[in-house]
Design a protein around this ligand. Sequence first.
Ligand SMILES: Nc1ncnc2c1ncn2[C@@H]1O[C@H](COP(=O)(O)OP(=O)(O)OP(=O)(O)O)[C@@H](O)[C@H]1O
Ligand SMILES: [Mg+2]
Length: 324
Amino acid sequence: MADAQARGRPVIQVRDLEKRYRDGTYAVRGVSFDVHRGEIFGLLGPNGAGKTTTMHVLGTLHRATGGAARILGHDVAHQPHAIRRRIGFAMQDVGIDDLATAEEMLVFHARLHGIRGREARRRAAELLDTFDLTKHRKRRVTAFSGGMQRRLDLAVSLIHDPDVLFLDEPTTGLDPHSREDLWATLRRLRDERGLTVLMSTHYMDEADELCDRIAIIQDGRIAAIDTPRHLKRNVGADTIQVELGAHPDDWQKTVLREGFRGAPVRLRDGTLELRVQDGGESLLPALRVVDRAGLSVRSTRVLSPTLNDAFLKYTGKRLEEDEP
Ligand SMILES: Nc1ncnc2c1ncn2[C@@H]1O[C@H](COP(=O)(O)OP(=O)(O)OP(=O)(O)O)[C@@H](O)[C@H]1O
Ligand SMILES: [Mg+2]
């Protein structure tokens, strides 16, 4: 595929990855996927699906019990140190250092990565700015709100300028405004720095709006991988609903039938329902037919499959969502 070649070797390559914990829990049961440079790739699945486990193995925090994976060409089993230098990891439910100010914490983490003095302070300042924390830089992180802590967490994970970022449920517990801010920052890092992001989420809207591609994961297996758009498209057609001003008489019904030329259309309680491939494109032509029949229109709606529908199609279950 010319497109894949143009993008070069995948930044993350995962083949038949398996992880069985010591107690026998089979958390990941043969997972394969590629993530390309500058992609935001999401693992979407319910509690216990194996998202965190997959990320921990790829982040070299746990060892796989089967299969293989490479990050930036390095083998996760044999070259963990090379990998750790190039990745950032913001984990689920990790408390951050309680004692330091935001600025001290960033400088401290820079030092851990061997970055010193002026350069450490420069990077800290840049990240405080990126995450809109500059005015809070002298405050102790214990006084930070949940959203500020999450942003600082992310800033810390980026201090050594990694190529790949692992984010485990990055927006859990954030209010809608903070979530969207964080999404915007991640998009900017992807677009401006070519940062590659592997993230987990169980929020449909987050997967839909933020991720370039999604792996739907359940019981340690991947049920589908594609762009949100394709996943939704594969569920089926759009439906156009046109609520008519009056019930059509027999002549008008004939005009409608001929106008829609055998397309799947039905009339229910004075509302026309039309199944079409692309609701946006077909709406105007449909309204012209209605107009030709001399019928008025009370309202129109275009219904498209949602990511929830896609999740249901691929897993047989609805993903129960927590309130964001
Ligand atoms: N250290 C461990 N030892 C044994 N079993 C574990 C361990 N960590 C996770 N598991 C089990 O492995 C399975 C996958 O867990 P994992 O944490 O990867 O799921 P997840 O998709 O991240 O879920 P969540 O959305 O709740 O974070 C679950 O059955 C879990 O109970
Ligand atoms: Mg998890």
